[in-house]
Design a protein around this ligand. Structure first.
Ligand code: CDP
Ligand code: MG
Length: 703
């Protein structure tokens, strides 16, 4: 949504308002190129906005680094990879996808000609799987390392390890690989020490003072108070936690802004209008581009953003910041034993980053809409690196597939807790991705090819072996994109949307949220006017469009694997289609099984025994009958613990799988995590395990 008051709607104008020669990095061009040439690892640091991300790859391109390989630049966020590639393509005056391109999960905009490639850190990790020496690159730049995303941390360790065996590092290349690690000013000494005391290149920044003010309100639902802010603004950024809040804050701002008389002076300029722009990860790229364009004279720009605007993207001319003090973060919740999206207070260092955005071009102000007391008592000093707070299952499988057996003594910049690693190993074992010795199984090697959660991949592979992938691939795709169901804010409209969504669920039997996803996918796909169909059914058309593309890509991966893998598993099944579908889901979701306890309360069977309830958005929400066992896709923690995307199952289907949840002993796995287990040890262990297993019947598990 873009609201523009008191002025005509903006036309897209090509904006190269800040000539790159004026960026702080420009003066250091020559020395930087030299520094990259002189050492294997180089840490580059400088204030955000100094030109690291957009300029350094261009300098290296100019200096001939692309003659013998490509330049790859990683970003923790998709939006950053895409918008930066757009900008650089524009600056280099080429078509995006030719010399300059980008690749993010499920969206590859590169070609044979691409020599400067922006990508997410997850994409480079996948490339390493296929080509551990990264032979097609002459330079790899890990960007935004201070964000400490899980994949960037793993890449750091892998690159460090690669150079610990020089033969591997130089294999198949005529010129040695160069690694540049870029970070905002935090922790550069630590990075340099980690990378063998490599040189640190500091780009002196120009920043202006920012005055910070605290507020009186606290709370993640403070969208309301941000709505009160237009009086304050000339050009500013708000930081909220998620896109629905962003859209809502934009609406509120629009309403309030309309009520204000704009003809008053702000710094000697008569301000006539307010250009309100949302900015969040999943928004369409053409809208994102607008963010960087300067507002027309006399119009103030107001960007309402998630934390993406804190460091990844620099918007010029921001003078005021309004900081909500919260962030939405994926955290491993040991209470329910899984990763959960939570709204949590940001760290003080993140708050400083947010404030710093107001001081790039002149002195600025930051309005913190939380109290000083909240700052002192509730906000941690630093953000905990992702590796120490999320599930490591996918990453550990990647490491294992790269032949890294000892996943505990892998060179981590900050080690995750051992129990997190063990939990990942346990999950991989439960999904048959590794064996008891911690070695990757044939199935594990297939699983690593899919950019999905291992459980979902497991279900897809099961379906493929039973030739019913047409049911599972769309579901996997639908679960990989943002929520497809629109729930409008207005109560009447909400009722209408809920009614339509219930009708869609009924079309698929009304008792299985996964089947509803499949139905929506199929109905929309077969519709003559899919976008219109979505509008009528309160379905997010853009999300569905990405689901179509994701499904095609998953199908391609599967086809390729079936072609190359001679002994791709094949099984048979006799039963009806609905049962087949749910049984495939069970293979991937048996770790998420819950059994009815009392009334509406279910108890999970994974050893945590959490008490959960079905979320109101589920079509099973008020179904009483026949609902003793369910599987679910994820968990939402509010005042209650809710399970979402639910499907009823029969105990029979998971009976043989459930003991798996209990039979692995994490302590046994801890030796698997460290060293190769000898045959003798293995025998001893298996005998012991067999003895332990005997008394465990499925009924025991149910107790
Ligand atoms: O990486 P670093 O934070 O040091 O700076 P950068 O991202 O390379 O940004 C340099 C300049 O390019 C800033 O003034 C940005 O506002 C501008 N830029 C832009 O106008 N459009 C983009 N898509 C990306 C950057
Ligand atoms: Mg940058």
């Amino acid at each position: 949504m873009t609201s523009l008051l008191g002025a005509p709607r903006l036309k897209t104008v090509r904006n190269l308002a800040t000539p790159s020669k004026h960026l702080p990095i420009y003066q250091h061009k020559h020395n930087l190129i030299q520094a990259v040439k002189n050492s294997t690892f180089l840490v580059v640091t400088g204030e955000t906005g100094s030109g690291k991300t957009t300029q350094l790859p261009q300098y290296l391109h100019e200096a001939g680094f692309c003659k013998k390989g490509n330049i790859g630049i990683t970003q923790p966020r998709r939006v950053a990879a895409i918008t930066v590639a757009q900008r650089v393509a524009q600056e280099m005056q080429c078509t995006l996808g030719r010399e300059v391109g980008y690749q993010v999960r499920f969206d590859d905009c590169t070609s044979q000609d691409t020599v400067v490639k922006y990508m997410t850190d997850g994409c480079l990790l996948r490339e390493i799987l296929a080509d551990p020496g990264l032979s097609q690159y002459s330079v790899v730049i890990l960007d935004e390392v201070h964000e400490r995303s899980l994949n960037t941390d793993i890449l750091l360790g892998l690159l460090k390890k690669l150079f610990s065996s020089p033969a591997k590092a130089s294999k198949g290349r005529s010129r040695p690989l160069k690694v540049v690690v870029m970070s905002a000013t935090l922790e550069t000494d630590k990075l340099s020490a980690f990378l063998g005391n490599c040189p640190v290149f500091t780009i002196p920044g120009r920043t202006f003072p920012v005055t910070c003010m605290f507020g009186t309100a606290v709370g993640p639902k403070d969208t309301e108070s941000t709505g009160k802010c237009p009086q304050l603004l000339t050009s500013e950024t708000l930081t909220l936690t998620k896109f629905s809040e962003i859209e809502r804050a934009c609406d509120l701002l629009f309403e309030k802004a309309e009520a204000i008389d704009y003809r008053y002076d702000v710094q000697d300029q008569t301000v006539e209008g307010l250009l309100i722009l949302p900015l969040y990860g999943s928004m369409p790229t053409d809208q994102q581009r607008q963010i960087f364009q300067p507002p027309p004279p006399g119009i103030r720009k107001c960007v309402v953003a998630t934390n993406i605007a804190a460091t990844s993207l620099t918007i010029n001319g921001i003078k005021y910041i309004i900081d909500s003090g919260f962030v939405k973060q994926l955290n491993h919740n040991s209470r329910v034993g899984m990763d959960i999206l939570e709204v949590v207070p940001i760290s003080k260092s993140e708050a400083q980053q947010r404030a710093g955005r107001a001081g790039r071009t002149s002195a600025g102000k930051c309005f913190r809409i939380y109290t000083k007391e909240f700052w002192e008592k509730c906000m941690p000093e630093y953000t905990v690196p992702e590796i120490q707070r999320t599930s490591l299952t996918a990453v550990v499988l990647t490491l294992k597939c790269l032949g890294i057996h000892d996943v505990i003594r892998f060179p981590y910049l900050d080690s995750p807790e051992e129990r997190f690693i063990l939990e990942a190993l346990k999950q991989l074992f439960q999904f048959d991705a590794i064996d008891r010795r911690g070695r990757v199984t044939q199935l594990g090697e297939l699983m690593v090819e899919f950019p999905l959660h291992p459980g979902l991949t497991r279900a897809v592979l099961k379906a493929a072996s039973l030739s019913c992938q047409d049911m599972l691939l769309p579901v996997a795709a639908m679960l990989s994109v943002e929520n497809i169901f629109i729930r409008p804010g207005h109560p009447d409209k909400q009722k209408e949307a809920d009614k339509i969504h219930r009708a869609l669920a009924a079309k698929s039997g009304g008792m299985n949220d996964f089947a509803t996803l499949l139905t929506v996918f199929q109905l929309c796909k077969s519709s003559d006017r899919p976008s219109e169909w979505c509008r009528q059914n309160w379905i997010h058309w853009r999300a569905l469009k990405s689901a179509f593309s994701v499904e095609t890509q998953l199908r391609e991966i599967l086809l390729r694997l079936q072609q190359v893998q001679q002994d791709f598993p094949v099984e048979t099944f006799d039963g009806n289609k609905g049962e087949l579908f749910r049984q495939c889901l069970c293979t991937g979701y048996f770790t998420n099984v819950a059994r009815r306890s009392v009334g509406k309360v279910f108890c999970t069977m994974d050893g945590h025994g959490s008490m959960v309830q079905i979320h109101p958005s589920s079509s099973l929400f008020d179904q009483e009958a026949e609902l003793n066992w369910v599987i679910f896709h994820d968990v939402l923690v509010t005042s209650r613990v809710y399970i979402r995307t639910v499907c009823p199952i029969r105990y029979d289907w998971v009976k043989d799988l459930l003991p798996k949840l209990h039979e692995v002993d994490v302590y046994e796995l801890s030796s698997v995590a460290r060293e190769e287990v000898t045959d003798e040890e293995m025998m001893k262990w298996e005998t012991r395990e067999a003895a332990k297993r005997q008394p465990v019947s499925a009924e025991d598990v149910m107790k």
